[in-house]
Write a protein that binds this ligand. Structure first.
Ligand code: NAP
Ligand code: F7E
Length: 353
């Protein structure tokens, strides 16, 4: 079997590549051109996969890749995936995350209509939730340009299935995390900061809304669900979630607690991290995936947070013996200061105690 993965340099792309390699797939990963290589997450499998240059903004590159590689399965994971950036760059987010899906589907129609297609849809589409828990039939009410773009991607995928008979499915995945998560997302930001504070490298971390609730699972479990969706007889859409929800505050409690710290001594609230519109509560109902795909998540919330804390602690303390990697991460963290928040002229910082 041959699979094309867009977004292979991202968190999910790297776990999916690991999974498909273990199943004997031949993998082609689409990467966009950059002046510096960005292959940290796939370094360990670099010699087992083929990387080709392409961009979701460039239809001709997509069609050429599909014609040259002729995949059986296409996993479209590439996107501008950070919600706050979608308010700062709403047009670019729409180009990648919404229209990028149409470009890929049109290229598939032209080059390899038999290929099975997976679209990375998101629980952000539920936004201001109309129903608790959220399932496949729950109406959408997105709360960010990212969420709106994903709704477009979701419906254009269904439309390709209904109009042209493509085997096109959409996985509505709730938040999933791992030690490979980007440093700007709240889980990794907290686990990385907790480890760094424990090691005396910083003394506090600034966050936004501690009340918001998410259904967090492990990315390694979630890529398995993507694969299962493409092995079914019929193309259908599935919610992938744990069915449990936790506040950002709980995340802080577990992460700092694992290192013997009290988060209230180290977390400050900075209003720059409060979003123009928030998704307050997400909790998914994964029953369809359980019954039809035989999928259940293996890693609990507490296990996930501890896995991430320990990985960051090892990374930062150099225990993993990778001093080069540590330097990279520390530099990325300092870049965060200007890119992971929405800067306002009236910034307020509050200490918890
Ligand atoms: P991620 O770590 O941010 O990775 C995004 C990937 O997309 C990167 O490989 C990035 O390449 C690539 N990319 C961005 N713009 C591109 C473009 N114009 N052309 C080609 N590649 C481009 O995201 P993730 O967490 O792995 O998520 C994977 C997908 O699932 C995304 O579509 C995301 O929106 C969706 N999703 C994620 C979650 C979650 O909780 N993780 C939940 C639901 C849905 P560079 O390395 O060059 O930046
Ligand atoms: O925020 C709150 C923030 O950025 C989670 C993406 O993978 O999952 C992800 O989107 C919550 C929000 O993820 C900070 O307000 C508080 O309520 O980790 P996040 P997200 O926005 O849920 C969905 C399913 C996707 O599809 C997306 O691609 O945490 N929060 N303080 C903070 N969030 C961040 N980033 N930074 C803070 O300091």
């Amino acid at each position: 079997m041959r699979a094309l993965i867009t977004g292979i340099t991202g968190q999910d792309g790297s776990y999916l590549a690991d999974l498909l390699l273990s199943k004997g797939y031949e993998i082609c990963g689409m990467v966009r051109r950059s002046s510096l290589e960005n292959f940290g997450r796939i370094e360990h499998i670099r010699d087992q996969i083929t990387l080709v240059q392409g961009d979701l903004l460039d239809s001709s590159s997509l069609e050429k890749i599909l014609r040259d590689f002729s995949p059986d399965e296409v996993y479209n994971l590439a996107a501008q995936s950070f919600v706050p950036t979608s308010w700062e760059q709403p047009i670019l987010t729409g180009e990648f995350t919404a229209l990028g899906v149409t470009r890929m589907l049109e290229a598939i129609r032209q080059a390899c209509p038999q290929a099975r297609f997976y679209q990375a849809s998101s629980s952000e589409m539920f936004g201001k939730v109309r129903e608790v828990p959220q399932k496949e039939s729950t109406p959408f009410h997105p709360r960010s340009p990212y969420g709106v773009s994903k709704v477009y991607g979701h419906y254009i995928t269904i439309n390709a299935r209904e109009s042209y008979g493509l085997f096109a499915v959409s996985g509505i995945l709730f938040n999933h995390e791992s030690p490979r998560r980007g440093l700007e997302f709240v889980t990794r930001k907290v686990t990385h900061a907790a480890a760094s504070i424990k090691l005396g490298m910083q003394s506090y971390v600034e966050l936004g809304n501690l009340d918001s609730r998410r259904d967090w699972g492990f990315a390694g479990d979630y890529v398995d669900a993507m694969w299962r969706m493409l092995q079914q007889e019929t193309a259908e859409d599935y919610v992938i979630a744990t069915g449990q929800t936790h506040e950002v505050r709980d995340l802080c409690k577990v992460a700092f607690g694992d290192l013997g710290l009290d988060y209230r001594d180290h977390v400050r609230i900075n209003t720059d991290y409060i979003r123009p519109a928030e998704v307050d509560l997400l909790i998914g109902d994964p029953s369809k995936a359980k019954n039809r795909l035989g999928w259940t998540p293996a890693v609990t919330f507490e296990e996930l947070v501890r896995m991430m804390v320990r990985s960051d602690y090892d990374l930062l303390s150099g225990r993993a013996g990778q001093s080069k990697k540590t330097t990279k991460i520390v530099r990325a963290d300092s870049l965060l200061k200007s890119t992971d928040k929405i800067i306002s002229p009236k910034t307020k910082v509050e200490v918890l105690r």
